[in-house]
Design a protein around this ligand. Structure first.
Ligand SMILES: [Mg+2]
Length: 338
């Protein structure tokens, strides 16, 4: 078994401005896993927010390459990922990239597209939202025009009084379904007022309104919110889920946060037990990572798998998005063409 990897810097089509940061490029790591003449491909799109700078992914992959030598059969993904979790508990994104490459390999080896490997129906993929980042109002209007073919928009808010101006400006140019992602940018009283107002603006759901550890605030907010509330920063792995039932109506699962497809499928089962809705999200990344997630998207209620559409990179081909609908091809594994 041989693991190789390369750092790739993606350029964003628009600088990405969140309530607390602004980025123009995104570093990802493309991972290849070769065994018996078959190469599986995966991607790690790490985030400093979750304590994982790209350098730590590269370091982790270097060490993981040695550990993988212990295994004879790449299809024992559970065993491999358990060992990697023991050694690299803080490197969920690096582990996710390896998990993805292993799944791609197994899909190719067994001649199954991943959705079939997971016994899912690709006709049941959801529509994805398209993200509109915080910006000047004129730029936001331009972005809305560029997003013409996407029926659902995810609007980033969390910038004080400007939140009202942004939604008002958007509503002048489109009546599409809006989802709002606050990235922890509100306090609870502000959230209550804004959610009341947004409920009358055709907004479908609110993601991460309060700081991630403000559980008491979230319990208070959930009791009075007119819109469903989704956890993103508050939820990383399966272990986080049970504490969130009182706080949220749903959770946003991302491969780079949780450590890969295996953990994501476990999280979906746990969330269902706790009567939480499922959103499947992504990082800013190439189509490798978003397509891997798309294979399990028939299990989700909502998809936000637009990360590759926000960059100028076209090195890979994978899933397509037609008028917002996720379309998986029937190639083996993840179905990536280079
Ligand atoms: Mg989010």
């Amino acid at each position: 078994m041989q693991l190789s990897y390369e750092l790739k810097t993606l350029r964003l089509l628009h600088p990405f401005i969140l309530s607390d940061s602004r980025i123009e490029t995104k570093d990802v790591i493309i991972i290849r896993f070769e065994h018996e003449g078959i190469t599986g491909i995966g991607e790690s799109s790490p985030s400093r927010y979750y304590g994982e700078p790209p350098a730590s992914v590269l370091e982790c992959l270097g060490k993981a390459a040695d550990l993988l030598g212990q295994f004879k059969d790449p299809s024992s993904i559970e065993d491999i990922m358990r060992l990697l979790l023991q050694h690299f508990p803080e490197n969920s994104s690096a582990r996710s990239g390896i998990d993805m490459a292993l799944h791609d390999w197994v899909g190719k080896k067994s001649q199954l597209p991943l959705y079939k490997f997971f016994k899912l129906d690709r006709a049941r993929t959801p529509f994805t939202s398209f993200t509109i980042g915080i910006d000047e109002l004129s730029v936001i209007e331009q972005k809305i025009r560029e997003a013409e073919s996407y029926p659902i928009l995810k609007i980033k808010l969390g910038v004080g009084e400007q939140d009202f101006e942004i939604i008002t400006a958007i509503r002048k140019v489109t009546d599409k379904i809006l989802r709002v992602d606050v990235n922890e940018g509100w306090n609870k009283e502000e959230a209550a007022i804004k959610i009341d107002w947004l409920a009358g603006q055709g907004v479908e759901l609110i993601e991460q309104p309060l700081p991630k550890k403000n559980y008491d605030g979230m319990i208070w907010l959930k009791q009075r919110s007119k819109l469903p509330l989704f956890a993103d920063e508050s939820v990383k792995t399966n272990e986080d889920i049970s504490a969130l039932q009182e706080c949220f109506h749903g959770i946003n699962i991302k491969l780079d946060k949780c450590g890969g497809l295996l953990e994501a499928v476990k999280m979906i089962k746990t969330a269902r037990k706790h009567e939480l809705k499922i959103m499947l999200g992504c990082m800013i990344q190439t189509v490798i990572g978003t397509t891997a997630a798309a294979h399990i998207s028939p299990l989700a209620d909502f998809a936000d798998l637009d990360g590759h559409l926000l960059t100028s990179d076209h090195s890979f081909q994978g899933m397509e998005i037609k008028n917002g609908k996720i379309i998986l091809n029937d190639k083996y594994g993840i179905g990536i063409l280079e």
